[in-house]
Design a protein around this ligand. Structure first.
Ligand code: ATP
Length: 309
C-alpha cells in the first residue's frame, strides 16, 4: 500500500510592531527615498502569522484591527511568499494573519507580516536560512522588514534597512494611542518635504545622547531624547494628534512621540503601573478612542507553534 507524502505541518510565527525612538529624515535620494538615521525598538504588540502548504497562494486576515488590509497580491505577505518562491524550490502557501498591530499606524504592521512570512516559510520548508539571509530577503520587500526579522533595539541607516545593534539595558513601558484612521506613509513624507521647502537638510546620524540613555536603562533619561522628524508633518495632516500628545503629557507620560509616520502616538511611562494609569486617563478623557499597553525591547519574528496533526 502506498501512502500520500506527508505535507509539512503549518507553522505560526509571532512578530512584533516597532516604534522609532528616533527618526531623523535626511535629504531625498535620487531613487525617491530619504536618507534616514533611525533607532528601531520592537514592542510587544504582535501579529500572529500562520503559514501552510496550499494548492495556490492565498491570504486571510482576522482580529479587531484587520480593516484596510488587502486580501490579494497587494498584501505584502504575498510579495514575500513570491520572493521565496523565486529563489527556492517551494510549494505555494496560504498565509493567515491575526492582526494585533494597528494598520497604517506607523508601527510597520505590513513589514512585520512580511518578516513573519519569510521566517515561516524558512521553517515550513526547512530552508535553513540564517538571520542575515532572512534580513537580506526582507530588504528587497521594504525598509522596515529586516528589523522585524531581528527585533530588539537597532540603528537603521540607508533608507532604514541597514542595521547595527544598539546596547540597550532594561525594559521600557509604553502606552500607544491609536488613531481613528490610518495615515499614508508616502503622504507624510511628501508633507515633510513640503514643510521643509528648499531648506538645506543635513545627512542625519543617530544622536549619541540617545545611545547613552539606552545604556542607562532609565526611562527618565530616554524620554527627552525621543525625536521624530516626521512628527510635524503628521500633525500638519492630522492636527488632533497634537492634542493627544498634550493630553498624554498632562496625564503623566515621561515622553510622547508620533510613531513613525503616525498616526499612532507612543507614550513612554515609568513602569507598568503608570502605564495602566495613563491608559485609563487617556480613555476616560475621550481624547483617544483606543489604547494599547506594551513593553520593549522584544524579539523579532519567531516560531510559536508548529501544528502536528
Ligand atoms: P509603514 O511600514 O509604511 O510605516 P504602517 O505601519 O504605517 O506602514 P501598515 O500597517 O504596514 O502601515 O500598512 C500600510 C498599508 O499597507 C495599508 O494601508 C495596507 O493597504 C497595506 N498592506 C499590505 N499588506 C499589509 C499587511 N499584511 N498588513 C497591513 N497592511 C498591509
Amino acid at each position: 500500500m502506498t501512502s500520500a507524502p506527508l505535507l509539512p505541518a503549518p507553522v505560526t510565527v509571532r512578530v512584533p510592531a516597532k516604534v522609532n525612538l528616533e527618526l531623523l529624515v535626511g535629504p531625498r535620494r535620487e531613487d525617491g527615498y530619504h536618507h534616514l538615521a533611525t533607532v528601531f525598538h520592537a514592542v510587544s504588540l504582535y501579529d500572529d502569522v500562520t503559514v501552510s502548504v496550499a494548492d495556490r497562494y492565498g491570504v486571510s486576515v482576522s482580529g479587531p484591527l484587520s480593516t484596510g488590509v488587502p486580501l490579494d497580491g497587494e498584501n505584502i505577505v504575498m510579495k514575500a511568499a513570491r520572493l521565496v518562491e523565486s529563489r527556492f524550490d517551494v510549494e505555494p502557501v496560504q498565509v493567515d494573519i491575526r492582526k494585533g498591530i494597528p494598520v497604517a499606524g506607523g508601527m510597520a504592521g505590513g513589514s512585520a507580516d512580511a518578516a513573519a512570512t519569510l521566517v515561516g516559510m524558512d521553517h515550513l520548508y526547512d530552508l535553513g536560512l540564517d538571520r542575515e539571509e532572512l534580513e537580506e530577503l526582507g530588504a528587497e520587500l521594504g525598509s522596515d522588514v529586516p528589523f522585524l526579522v531581528s527585533g530588539g533595539t537597532a540603528i537603521g541607516s540607508g533608507r532604514g534597512e541597514l542595521l547595527a545593534p544598539v546596547l540597550a539595558r532594561g525594559t521600557y513601558h509604553w502606552v500607544f494611542a491609536l488613531g481613528e484612521e490610518g495615515l499614508s506613509t508616502p503622504a507624510v513624507y511628501a508633507e515633510c518635504d513640503r514643510l521643509r521647502g528648499d531648506e538645506d537638510v543635513p545627512e542625519p546620524s543617530a544622536n549619541p545622547a540617545l545611545m547613552a540613555a539606552l545604556r542607562s536603562g532609565d526611562p527618565h533619561e530616554l524620554a527627552p531624547q525621543l525625536a521624530n522628524d516626521l512628527q510635524d508633518a503628521a500633525i500638519s495632516l492630522r492636527p488632533a494628534l497634537g492634542e493627544v500628545l498634550s493630553a498624554g503629557m498632562e496625564f503623566g507620560a515621561l515622553g510622547g512621540i508620533v510613531s513613525g509616520s503616525g498616526p499612532t502616538i507612543a507614550f513612554l511611562v515609568e513602569d507598568n503601573e503608570s502605564g495602566i494609569d495613563l491608559a485609563v486617563a487617556l480613555t476616560a478623557s475621550g481624547a483617544v478612542r483606543d489604547v494599547r499597553r506594551a513593553s520593549g525591547p522584544v524579539h523579532g519574528a519567531h516560531l510559536i507553534q508548529r501544528r502536528v496533526d
